[in-house]
Design a binder for this molecule. Sequence first.
Ligand SMILES: *Cc1c(COP(=O)(O)O)cnc(C)c1O
Length: 357
Amino acid sequence: MGIHKQLGVANAINASGTATPLGVSRSSPAVAAAVAAALPEFFVMEELADLASASIAKATGAEAGAVVHCTAAATTIAIAAAMAGTDPARVAALPDTTCLPNQVVLPAGHAVDYGQSNLQAVRLAGAQVVLAGSAERCSPDDLAEALASPDVACLSLVSSRLVQPGEPVDLAEAVRAAHRRGVPAIIDGAAQFPRIGELLATGADAVLISGQKYLGSPTAGLVVGAREFVAAVRAQNSGIGRGMKPTKEAIVGVLAALDEWQAADHDAWIATEAAKVEAFARKASGLPGIEARLWPDPAGLPVTRAVLTVDDPAGLAARLRAGDPPIYVMVRPDSLVLELVSLTDDEVTTILDRLVD
Ligand SMILES: *Cc1c(COP(=O)(O)O)cnc(C)c1O
């Protein structure tokens, strides 16, 4: 009996991407086996953390890495690290930032909501957010002006399809502006694991990545970057990072997922996923009342989604959700957006059958 039947809960088809309310992603059998092997055992957690750092460094080319509970936690902890460093008294004092530079500069268009506002994740560390520019545009001058304040602790940037669709901020240029000002730069690239090399190449001190999104590990946040910054992140484990710590099974799962990632044929994966979404869009286009097109990921992730233009997107999405099995898609004012990564051929066929209905 499958786990859903055993628990009496829905076995949903998730065509809405790496969605937190739906369990995010599917881990491979090798990752699941590593997690199961870790759970009944004790570990010296510092040893696991050192191993994770070496493994993240090897897989990404960064100097070091740390695993924390999730990417939202990674944001809070990275901001804490920028403010407190490794100083035990400062680590213990947070979120009290009296006598510490505590302003975090964020381009206004990088204020995003992934189920929580990232501004709150920053403020949780005790910091204050200073928004630079407008949602449509944050120029180098806007950024330099915001960074000029004496109380700036760091620059925070986001690489995601959730950022405002205005004029994009040049991440490498923004990082250089932070470094000219002598403060670290952090990039939230939660759903961007396949682009980690590109994000690290901006020179950011830390790139924050979700393990459970495109890496397929258990829930985990990876802080990837400079040795010194990662050491400051790990130091927060005895401060506000305590409630955001990684579990032993998460670290072991991340190690297995990184091994698998390095052994994988990424070009073949991209080709298979592209063929899956193209075939789906072609079949959906043949259905009455549906116009289908392909939509490459706007942040540059090697993932293409299917956009179905229909008369009543909200109504159709509600009917898909109400059926058996429930099907979850992304809803836009004039269309439905479907991501098929990690769906089986049977599940894709089920979606087409239900669209016919
Ligand atoms: C998903 C997401 C997060 C949150 O990631 P968790 O690992 O679920 O905490 C943060 N930032 C962005 C841009 C995201 O897409």
